[in-house]
Design a protein around this ligand. Structure first.
Ligand SMILES: Nc1nc2c(c(=O)[nH]1)N[C@H]1C(S)=C(S)[C@@H](COP(=O)(O)OP(=O)(O)OC[C@H]3O[C@@H](n4cnc5c(=O)[nH]c(N)nc54)[C@H](O)[C@@H]3O)O[C@H]1N2
Ligand SMILES: Nc1nc2c(c(=O)[nH]1)N[C@H]1C(S)=C(S)[C@@H](COP(=O)(O)OP(=O)(O)OC[C@H]3O[C@@H](n4cnc5c(=O)[nH]c(N)nc54)[C@H](O)[C@@H]3O)O[C@H]1N2
Ligand code: SF4
Ligand SMILES: [Mo]
Length: 752
């Protein structure tokens, strides 16, 4: 893993997107077809899980040590390539700060005073304290938390359900991916994915609030996008920032953050008004077209222009280009899920491929996420009464109730139960893979809630500011240290992959193993079978005639794929059609047609706040070198980017005395942080963008600088929430900025 290799990636994903599609020259490596044993080095086929993608990797193991991780050239997802994060896997696995043994806090909370204990002692203590809380307050007083796309995300709910609590959560759930999944299931009967790797490449790609060349799409990889771009499709980018994709796009719609619903409604207006839709498809396969047409009549591009800051003729041009170029696909991201009206925004945006007939066709949107059988979440173990106790489920039915594919608790409601004991007390929080203080909105409020807990457990790879609040800290295995099944939804690569354990670090255990051990120790009736038997059961229930051990030998299996499945039996919705007018939304008491709503904190809705906080804040645009709050310990990645960066237009910066590369402060009604200013004309003078996930492992614990540059000191977890999903505000807030002193601790001293 040479640093020069990373630098090359920076070029590919940075401003020089003209290099799109360029093949990276690989080291001359002998490719084993399955497993080989060459000069005492075993090479295992596996899957990188440092992000949501599933790049095929070869793990080189010598004498029980992972000596090299390289891209698998046989993988249809990455063809041998890795991104900067995947490239430094051995630095992650063998980092000196890895947690290797269970720890028990000796002093008071946040004293930073820890003692090493055995797994037996850790499991005994956790079991005893949880059973006492369950007996006194009921199982729902125990909540579980996890992080995005983790191998064990569903195991968290499985353990919770075995324990009898409906309260588990994940900071992305109401604001990442699941709003798209749940809305799509109700609208289309299934979740559509982008056909980047199918029979024909897309001729037009609409990137909406999504920058997959840095972030990777959900379940595919950034490399598939880059390969599709090499075919030179027409591209439209909806983004407030001039990203590398926007720079090269046919049309860049520089939207005011948080007004995507207005833009989508106006594009629907153009497509319907100018009869650009696919009439036979719409007539045969959609429900409620007449209602939609009548509804969007008033949402003209001229109406949307002052709301979105996008000229009416640009909106028309985008609608025409998307509708007239076939096949076209929509590739959408989490930016449209970070506002409290995300579900209706998603509904409106999702109608663009529906009206233009780009559904389940080569190079369009396809339904294919069905490689694996249903995960045994054990939700059937919850009584109706227990289900009804899920915090927020009564109000947010797409998150926690009947409209949810995998019901989860509403984070602000859960935090209130921790803080105030209402509607009932939550006394314990078990966090498996989430740095809660950095990724939940409104970190100060999160801190207050966590400090009220009677008992907290944190399983992580590293000691984090959040883990420092726990009573017991457990050492988690990273992905090369565990077995896992991965199902990915791309077409050419409609695959199920095996990720396999290559090495053992200290006494680390996979989260799955921890759940099994804890369930056994607590003598729970369920969740006690070995991990591998669950993996085998998933393969069997998916109709795949293979065991996990056999799959490990093969690496991955491809599944057959068919386009236009709806022609045989329709869409899996109540009407059998794509529900432009949603019967299920109507039944649940939500609007059956999408509408526009001004962001709750904006120059228009709260001019009194805007008088003091005149700029619009957006947060969290992804960077190649870090995954959410992770990887700040990895020296090679910190060399690529040492400090957090906020983007500001040069005119705004000049007016406020902010200098390129110097620290600036950013403040909202919730708090104030510092990041380094990057002056760029690629952002509107009225908008500021800050990076999320920042803390500084090199700074002194127990806080590790978590209050210095953390974007979520600025964001809001108070109402209003999305009425169906409970989503809070991570983007489109109001802020003010100014020049800041250098932080007191020098962030250049990375002690790694
Ligand atoms: N390297 C890396 N990869 C990642 C992650 C990571 O942290 N690092 N995180 C993973 C996770 S959890 C997710 S959800 C995905 C997210 O990845 P993406 O879905 O690509 O989302 P972002 O990069 O957060 O934002 C995409 C773009 O939205 C723009 N944007 C900001 N506000 C708005 C708005 O109001 N409207 C519109 N239309 N655009 C807006 C931003 O400028 C940004 O360029 O990436 C995943 N992959
Ligand atoms: N302001 C703002 N906030 C955001 C976002 C934004 O754009 N802006 N994005 C939001 C989104 S889309 C998402 S999905 C969330 C993401 O939020 P999370 O997924 O919760 O991300 P992290 O907080 O980085 O949590 C990852 C933690 O898990 C640990 N970890 C890694 N692998 C393992 C493992 O196998 N086991 C265990 N036990 N631990 C592991 C890491 O060391 C790290 O401490 O953040 C959200 N927060
Ligand atoms: S894109 Fe994701 S899966 Fe691929 S190498 Fe990077 S971190 Fe790993
Ligand atoms: Mo996410």
């Amino acid at each position: 893993m040479k640093w020069a290799y990373l630098a090359r990636w920076r070029n590919l994903f940075g401003p020089h997107l003209s290099q799109t599609g360029q093949k990276i020259t690989r080291m001359n490596v002998q490719q084993p077809s399955l497993i080989s044993n060459h000069l005492a080095t075993t090479v295992l086929k596996s899957v990188c899980r440092s992000c949501h993608g599933g790049c095929g990797v070869l793990l080189h193991v010598r004498d029980g040590v992972l000596v090299k991780v390289e891209g698998d050239r046989e993988s249809p997802l990455n063809h041998g390539r890795l991104c900067p994060i995947g490239t430094v896997t051995t630095d992650l696995v063998y980092h000196k700060d890895r947690l290797k043994y269970p720890l028990r806090r000796k002093g008071k909370r946040q004293s930073g005073d820890w003692e090493r204990i055995s797994w037996d002692d850790a499991l005994d203590e956790i079991s005893r304290r949880l059973l006492a809380i369950r007996d006194q307050y009921g199982p729902e007083a125990i909540a579980l938390g996890t992080g995005t796309g983790r191998h064990h995300i569903r195991w968290v709910s499985r353990f919770g359900h075995a324990l009898g609590t409906p309260n588990w959560c994940e900071p992305g759930f109401a604001q990442c991916f699941h709003p798209r999944v749940n809305t799509s299931i109700l609208t289309f009967g299934d979740f559509p994915v982008s056909d980047y790797t199918g029979e024909v490449p897309p001729a037009c790609i609409l990137f909406w609030g999504h920058n997959p060349v840095l972030s990777g799409p959900d379940g595919e990889t950034r490399f598939n996008v880059i390969e599709a771009l090499a075919h030179n499709p027409r591209t439209i980018v909806v983004d407030p920032r001039r990203t590398a994709l926007a720079e090269k796009a046919d049309l860049w719609l520089q939207i005011r953050p948080g007004t995507d619903d207005a833009l989508a409604l106006a594009m629907l207006n153009v497509i319907i008004d100018e009869k650009l839709y696919d009439e036979p498809f719409v007539t045969q396969w959609t429900h409620g077209f007449a209602e939609l047409a009548a509804h969007v009549k008033e949402f003209t591009p001229e109406w949307a222009e002052p709301i979105t800051w996008i000229a009416a003729d640009q909106i028309r041009a985008a609608a025409r280009l998307f509708a007239r170029t076939k096949p076209a696909l929509l590739d959408w991201g989490c930016a449209i899920e970070h506002t409290p009206k995300c579900i209706q925004t998603i509904r409106a945006v999702s109608m663009l491929p529906a009206l233009t007939g780009n559904i389940d066709v080569p190079g369009g949107w396809v339904f294919g996420m069905h490689g694996l059988g249903r995960f045994p979440s054990l939700i059937e173990n919850l009584t109706p009464e227990a289900n009804a106790k899920r915090l927020g489920a009564d109000r947010f039915k797409l998150l926690g109730g009947e409209g949810a594919d995998l019901p989860a608790a509403h984070i602000p409601t859960l935090l209130r139960a921790m803080r105030e004991g209402k509607p009932y007390p939550v006394k314990a929080f078990l966090v498996f893979g989430n740095n809660t203080l950095t990724t939940y909105a409104n970190s100060s409020a999160v801190y207050d809630a966590l400090m009220k807990l009677d008992f907290m457990v944190c399983a992580d790879l590293f000691m984090t500011p959040t883990a420092e609040l726990a009573d017991i800290v457990l050492p988690a295995a990273s992905w090369p240290e565990l077995d896992q099944l991965v199902g990915l939804p791309t077409v050419a690569a409609n695959v199920v992959l095996a990720q396999q354990k290559a090495v053992q670090i200290g006494e680390c255990k996979s989260d799955e193993e921890m759940f099994v051990a804890l369930a056994r120790r607590m003598k729970l009736p369920l969740c006690t079978e070995p991990v591998q038997s669950v993996l085998d059961a998933m393969l069997a229930s998916g109709g795949l005639n293979i065991t996990f051990d056999e799959l490990k030998q093969k690496g991955f299996i491809k599944l057959p794929f068919k386009y236009r499945k709806y022609e045989n039996g329709g869409f899996k919705t109540p009407t059998g059609k794509i529900e432009l007018y949603s019967t299920r939304f109507e039944q649940m008491g939500y609007s059956p047609l999408p509408y526009y709503e001004e962001p709750p904190e904006s120059p228009i809705s709260t001019p009194e706040i805007a008088a003091h906080y005149p700029l619009i804040l957006t947060t969290g645009g992804r960077i190649s070198f870090f995954f959410n709050s992770e990887h700040r310990q990895i020296e090679k990645l910190r060399k690529a980017q040492r400090d957090p960066v906020a983007e500001i237009h040069p005119e705004t910066a000049a007016r406020l005395g902010i200098v390129n590369g110097a620290w600036m402060w950013i403040e909202t009604l919730r708090g104030r942080i510092r990041q380094k200013a990057k002056l760029t004309t690629g952002i509107d003078p009225r908008v500021i963008h800050v990076q999320h996930g920042w803390w500084f492992p090199e700074q002194p614990g127990p806080e590790y600088g978590v209050w210095t540059s953390n974007a979520n000191l600025l964001t809001d977890n108070k109402p209003p929430y999305d009425p169906a999903m409970g989503t809070y505000q991570l983007r489109a807030l109001l802020c003010r900025v100014g020049p800041a002193d250098v932080p007191t601790v020098d962030t250049k001293k990375v002690g790694v």
